[in-house]
Every structure is written in structure tokens, then in C-alpha cells.
Ligand binder design. Structure first.
Ligand code: ZN
Length: 215
């Protein structure tokens, strides 16, 4: 099973992807995480990517496609995966189709988490991330047991630069302009599945599992 999880920034894609990964034991591929890892490792790709990300911009298509292709071909052939944060433009979607074509496979489905803009702003400004393990928290809906400290590993929590107000505004604008045409692209292929994102984390997960069972 190969599928994407989409939705505006702050819709909980990353957390849902992690939940699905645990539930189904499949590989999760997050371009955001790959860029952050590359950055930490001092890899030029990561350093270049981070200059875009910190301003709330999309990393250019070529760099992004390259890091995905590296990942798709790095292990033994990936039979099952969920892609999070990629593709973000129609050009990237076409590039992904070409990559999968080369690997003699295709996408089974695209999950799209729907959510209103007001709710998104509120969520992102309250999001905190662990510096060490990347676990995410929400100050109201999913607070850590001890303020400022990760439940999982004890690492320090911080607000990502791209979760701050101006950056959030910029990301939502980019999402509307560039990513929405993607939904039409996948809708035309008949593989787009909309998920109501304005319910509890577990209910969103259940709705996702119902769609996946039918893929
Ligand atoms: Zn942690």
C-alpha cells in the first residue's frame, strides 16, 4: 500500500502519519523530517532547504524531488509507505508519478485532511516540538505532562520558527495557491479521499483507517 497524506500545515498530518505507521507497520516518509535530519547532519541539501523552510516557503522542486528519490531507492524496494509533506505542487506530483513508474508501481490513494483556517491558526501557534525526538504537542489538546519537557524522551520543547504567526500566514497562502491544484490533480485520477479533520485525533485516525481498509 502506497499513499499520501495531505492537508494544510497544522492539520495534524505528521501525527496522523506516525499513528498510521505504528498501526500498520509501514514506512513513513516525511520530507520535512528528512530536511531537518540533513540539516542536523550538516548536509548541504539540508542547509539549503532550511533557508526556505524558516521563511515559511516551499523548498524548490528539484531539491525536494531529489531527496524523495534518494529515499525511495535507498532501502530494499519499499512495498508500503506513507508520504507526508510531499508532493506539494503539481510539478512535484508529476515527478512522483514518474519516479513510481520507474519503480514499476503507483499510488493507491491520497488522504486529504480538511480543516478550517481559524482552527489551523489556533493549532499551529500552540504547537510545540521536541528538540531531540521530534514528538509534537499542543498546549491545549495534547500538552506534555511536564511543561516544556518531552513525555517521550525528556528533551526540551520549542516552537518551530515556521509555526510563528507570520510564517503560518505565509504557509497557508502558499498552500492555497500551490497545493490546492494538487487536490484537483488527484481527484481527476479518482484516488482522492477527504477526511474530516475537525474532530478528535482518534476519530480522524479511525476515519483514515476506514478509507485504508478499502484501498
Ligand atoms: Zn522527545
Amino acid at each position: 500500500m502506497k499513499f499520501l497524506i495531505m492537508g494544510p500545515p497544522g492539520a495534524g498530518k505528521g501525527s496522523q502519519a506516525a499513528r498510521i505507521k505504528n498501526h500498520l507497520d509501514i514506512t513513513s516518509i516525511s520530507t520535512g523530517q528528512m530536511f531537518r535530519d540533513a540539516y542536523k547532519a550538516g548536509d548541504p541539501i539540508g542547509i539549503k532547504a532550511m533557508t526556505y523552510i524558516e521563511d515559511g516557503n516551499l523548498v524548490d522542486d528539484k531539491t525536494t524531488n531529489n531527496i524523495v528519490w534518494q529515499r525511495l531507492t535507498s532501502d530494499e524496494q519499499l512495498e508500503n509507505f506513507i508520504l507526508d509533506g510531499y508532493p506539494r505542487t503539481v510539478n512535484q506530483a508529476k515527478a512522483l508519478d514518474d519516479m513510481l513508474d520507474k519503480l514499476d508501481t503507483k499510488l493507491d490513494g491520497v488522504l486529504n485532511i480538511l480543516i478550517s483556517e481559524d482552527v489551523l491558526f489556533e493549532r499551529m501557534e500552540q504547537r510545540r516540538v521536541c528538540k531531540d525526538c521530534g514528538a509534537t504537542y499542543h498546549l491545549t489538546f495534547k500538552p506534555p505532562i511536564k511543561e516544556g519537557v518531552c513525555d517521550v524522551c525528556g528533551g526540551a520543547l520549542y516552537q518551530r520558527q515556521d509555526d510563528k504567526h507570520e510564517s503560518v500566514k505565509n504557509r497557508l497562502e502558499i498552500y492555497k495557491n500551490k497545493t490546492k491544484p494538487l487536490l484537483d490533480y488527484y481527484d481527476k485520477k479518482g484516488i482522492l479521499y477527504n477526511i474530516n479533520g475537525m474532530q478528535s485525533f482518534e476519530n480522524v485516525h479511525e476515519d483514515i483507517m476506514l478509507v485504508l481498509e478499502d484501498l
